[in-house]
Structures are given as structure tokens and as C-alpha cells.
Design a protein around this ligand. Structure first.
Ligand SMILES: Nc1ncnc2c1ncn2[C@@H]1O[C@H](COP(=O)(O)OP(=O)(O)OP(=O)(O)O)[C@@H](O)[C@H]1O
Ligand SMILES: [Mg+2]
Length: 328
């Protein structure tokens, strides 16, 4: 098998009922519902090799979750061809389901009032995992994600970051070969984000797992994805090296600092291009390669209380890269 995922000319339309506001509207839509079609995917094509980790990015409503749900067999394609590990996802063959997993940062599968271990046990039964592999997998995953001590705590008492890591254990307890991750770091603090990223990185390497990852977080992509696919309004805009996009459209990094007084403030422009200066906050843009030096100069020569170095947001890179795209 040379391709783990094949998507060819995928179209997905949703039918939605439009409702006019107010009571009359509610009544009208009951009598003669007005239907509208939303074209979520307008002919999407790409393929992914076994073991590849690909970032799937695009603005809100672009069609990312719809694509991942279709690949997991939760949505039936309106038209086009989809194949994952040589299975038709929509058939939801048990052999297929044993080899994939969809993790959604905004939704959870853990039972809220029970300890996470209970959900894992349930998944063991669902996926029919032999006891020995289950125990091995559980030990390995909980160690890697550093949640061994929390297995018997009711899920509702876990922090968001702890819960997300438990979600990953639940989603991976059957050691899937293909992983669909839909914003796995959303809402997590920086440390929890890094833990989840490190884990995804290791899982991909260790098991040669195929990973398709959506995220609005630049840090996730910079750390994980060498290839990215950009989707916008249901169509693919770009499929290629992430590095190329960064080099072309994210030549700068952003330094944000909080100052304790206004001494020397007129010299800030020697450090970098001033994007915003409203005391005590200052935002500078500096060349990528010079970011560390600029930050240390800032710390040495200015009364800095707090400082962060940030990447340009993904949405901005996409806007920059495709603003000149001719409309078809
Ligand atoms: N069940 C549904 N019924 C009707 N329309 C839907 C449904 N699911 C998605 N859509 C529409 O399809 C389009 C694509 O949505 P999708 O959730 O795939 O976007 P996304 O790229 O995941 O966005 P985000 O970054 O906000 O998560 C949007 O216009 C959305 O409103
Ligand atoms: Mg989404």
C-alpha cells in the first residue's frame, strides 16, 4: 500500500433549513420549510503516504472537520472518492475502525462522572483488544502522557490539559495506524500544548502512524508538520512543504513586551519594526533569524517586565500567500 489516505474530487453538501426570525418565521418553516444547500467541500483531492504527518489548515468554516469526519466514516460523501487504508470509511467495517481514530479537541468521549480508566475499559471491549496488549498500551500511553496517577480520578475533576491527555489515551488505546486530530491543543496552556505535541510526534515516529492534524496554532504546525494542506471555502489552495510557506510568508517573528517605564522608549525602533506602541505594551516585528538576539537586546536595554516571542498567526500567512490568487 503506497497511500494510506486517498481523497479524490470529494464533494460534501449539507442541507440546512432556513428559518426566518420570530414566531411567524418558526410557523412558516414548519408549514413549508425553506431548504438551503451548504457546499462544504467543493472537490477536494489529496493523498497521504503511510507514516506521514500532515497539517491540514484553513480559516473557520473552510471544511477541515467535514473532511476529517468523512475520512473517519461519520459523514457520507455527496460525490467523489475516499479511501483510508484501502477501506471505504463510510462502511465502518470493524477492521477499519480498529485501525483509525478521530480525536476532536472540542468534543470528548470520556464519561464525565467516571474515572478515565472506565472509558478505557469500555474501549477495550469495543475494540476487542486482548488483555495483554491492552495492559501494555495503557501503561505506555499513560506514562508517555504523564497521567498514570490520575486514572482513578473522576473526569470532571481533571484540568482541561489533563482531560485532553486522557482523551488521547482513550483514542489510542487500540493503537490505530491512522490518526485524525482535530485541533488537539485547543484551549490548553503552553506546557500542556507542548506535552500533547511531543506525544503526537513520538506516536507518529514510533508506530509509523499516519497523522492528519488540523490546528489554528502555529506552534503545533511548526513542531510537527513538514507538509501542509491548506483548505479554504471547500477547496484546496496549497499542498506542499510548510518550510516553503514559512520562508516566504513568515519571515518575521513578533516580540511582545510590557515595559515598566518609558525610559529609552524612542530607541525601540533600533530593535525592530514597531507594530504597536501603547505604553506599557510594545509589539515589534523582527526577522526570524534575529528574534533571539533582538529579545536579549530588549531585555538588556529596556525596562522589560514581561516578554514573549510569537509566530505570525497561521491565518495571516494564508492571507498573505493567497491574496493575489486569481478568482476562478
Ligand atoms: N452538520 C452540518 N450541517 C450544515 N452545515 C454544516 C454542518 N457541518 C458543517 N457545516 C458547514 O460546512 C462548512 C465547513 O464546516 P467545517 O466544520 O468543516 O469547517 P472547519 O474548517 O472545521 O472550521 P473551524 O476551523 O471553525 O473548525 C461550514 O460552512 C459549516 O457551517
Ligand atoms: Mg473544525
Amino acid at each position: 500500500m503506497d497511500r494510506a489516505i486517498i481523497v479524490d474530487g470529494l464533494v460534501k453538501d449539507f442541507e440546512v433549513t432556513e428559518r426566518e426570525p420570530g414566531l411567524t418565521g418558526a410557523f412558516k418553516s414548519l408549514i413549508s420549510p425553506k431548504k438551503k444547500i451548504v457546499n462544504a467541500l467543493k472537490g477536494v483531492s489529496f493523498s497521504i503516504q503511510p507514516g506521514e504527518l500532515v497539517g491540514f489548515i484553513g480559516p473557520n468554516g473552510a471544511g477541515k472537520t467535514t473532511t476529517l469526519k468523512t475520512l473517519s466514516g461519520l459523514l457520507y460523501p455527496t460525490a467523489g472518492f475516499v479511501e483510508v487504508l484501502e477501506f471505504d470509511p463510510w462502511k465502518r467495517n470493524p477492521e477499519f475502525l480498529k485501525q483509525i481514530s478521530l480525536v476532536m479537541g472540542q468534543k470528548n468521549q470520556l464519561w464525565w462522572d467516571l474515572p478515565a480508566i472506565e472509558t478505557f475499559e469500555l474501549n477495550r471491549a469495543i475494540y476487542d483488544i486482548p488483555t495483554r496488549s491492552y495492559n501494555e498500551n495503557l501503561k505506555e500511553l499513560t506514562e508517555l502522557l504523564d497521567v498514570e496517577k490520575l486514572l482513578n480520578t473522576p473526569v470532571r475533576k481533571l484540568s482541561l490539559g489533563q482531560r485532553m491527555r486522557m482523551e488521547l489515551v482513550a483514542a489510542l488505546i487500540h493503537k490505530p495506524k491512522v490518526l485524525f486530530l482535530d485541533e488537539p491543543t485547543i484551549g490548553l496552556d503552553i506546557i500542556a500544548q507542548q506535552k500533547v505535541r511531543d506525544f503526537i510526534y513520538d506516536y507518529n515516529r514510533k508506530y509509523n502512524a499516519t497523522v492528519l492534524l488540523t490546528s489554528h496554532n502555529m506552534g503545533d504546525l511548526i513542531n510537527l508538520a513538514r507538509r501542509v494542506i491548506i483548505i479554504n471555502d471547500g477547496k484546496i489552495l496549497y499542498d506542499g512543504a510548510f518550510e516553503d510557506l514559512i520562508m516566504q510568508y513568515a519571515k518575521e517573528k513578533i516580540i511582545k513586551a510590557t515595559l515598566s517605564n518609558e525610559n529609552n522608549i524612542s530607541n525601540l525602533e533600533k530593535i525592530g519594526k514597531i507594530k504597536k506602541l501603547s505604553f506599557p505594551e510594545v509589539v515589534l516585528s523582527v526577522p526570524r533569524s534575529a528574534a533571539a538576539v533582538a529579545a536579549s537586546e530588549l531585555l538588556q536595554n529596556f525596562p522589560v517586565d514581561d516578554l514573549t516571542i510569537e509566530e505570525i498567526p497561521i491565518e495571516e500567512i494564508i492571507r498573505k500567500a493567497f491574496k493575489s490568487e486569481p478568482k476562478k
